[in-house]
Design a protein around this ligand. Structure first.
Ligand code: FE2
Length: 298
């Protein structure tokens, strides 16, 4: 008898988002089968506008000279490490490869140089707090079975025209480990995301495989530890094309990736990761927020 993998379609299933985020039985069945769910029309255009306006304001206010030392190749690696390590409880700006010269000076306009902003926008910025704690996401978290949802990590991902880099295959549980596994991602398309500008790619059913790696602290250093050398499923991978306002729900064990953006169009996205507060969050996870307690939807 063929398993669920054999039935997974090459074109991913997609649904019109329920207004309150509450998934019905057919949606949950597809999520259990594939490890992801595409919910079209989840976030209204006005809300996407508000988020994009806020992103433009944050970028405008960001002074690259304040991080020039951090990102110059001549600076000590630990300055870059510290800027990243502390970003779990902050709003920090990260560049695309090749956006800076050896002295840390921008070689492309600031607005086109950034790879992402992270990782506590949802707690430190009122516009992101509002979008992240909307009832639709609370409903979504509840119907996915998170008993005590906690908003852990948020990112603006730019995937800039022409230079936006690829993201390799990974599982989000690698970075945000809990016991038992609980991390789930809500990935909001702020621009139309398609195969040409680097939309998400996923392997349907791949969330039933093992966790391959952990990214964690060991003796004060961040390391990538291989737990299981099982290769990624051979496929078929599918393109999770998502028009603006769609949300892709990602299971924490789902192998996913994205291609480089070789198009002239931007592919902005807002990504939010939640965990269940009834699970144990690993003390050696990269993301620690000693001064910013985790909060749920209240
Ligand atoms: Fe991811």
């Amino acid at each position: 008898m063929s398993g669920p993998e054999a039935r997974a379609p090459r074109a991913p299933a997609r649904f019109t988002a329920p207004p309150d985020g509450r998934l019905d039985a057919s949606m949950l069945e597809v999520y259990d089968r594939d490890g992801f769910l595409i919910l079209d029309g989840c976030v209204p255009s006005d809300d996407c506008d508000a988020v994009q306006t806020r992103i433009a304001q944050l970028v405008d206010a960001f002074d690259p000279t304040t991080t020039r030392t951090v990102f110059s190749t001549a600076s000590q690696a630990h300055a870059r490490d510290a800027y990243f390590r502390d970003s779990g409880g902050a709003i920090r700006f990260f560049y695309e490869d090749g956006a800076l010269d050896a002295d840390g000076n921008l070689v492309v306009p600031k607005a086109r140089a950034l790879n992402k902003i992270g990782h506590a926008l949802h707690d430190l910025d009122p516009v992101f707090a509002s979008i992240s704690r909307h009832a639709r996401f609370a409903g979504l978290a509840a119907s996915l079975g998170l008993a005590a949802p906690l908003l852990l990590q948020s990112m603006v991902i730019f995937k800039q025209p022409h230079i936006g880099g690829a993201v390799d295959w990974h599982q989000d549980l690698t970075f945000l480990h809990t016991t038992p596994p609980s991390v789930v991602g809500f990935w909001l398309a702020l621009d139309d995301a398609d195969i040409d500008n680097g939309c998400l790619l996923a392997i349907p059913g791949g969330h039933r495989g093992p966790l391959r790696q952990r990214f964690r602290y060991q003796d004060g250093a961040l390391i990538t530890q291989t737990l299981d050398a099982t290769p990624w499923p051979a496929g078929p991978a599918v393109a999770l094309e998502a028009p603006r306002g769609s949300v892709v729900v990602l299971h924490g064990l789902l192998p996913h990736a994205s291609s480089a953006n070789r198009s002239a169009r931007s592919r902005h996205a807002y990504s939010l990761h939640l965990i269940d507060g009834t699970t144990a969050y690993a003390a050696d996870n990269w993301l620690q927020r000693p001064e910013l307690p985790l909060r749920g939807f209240a």
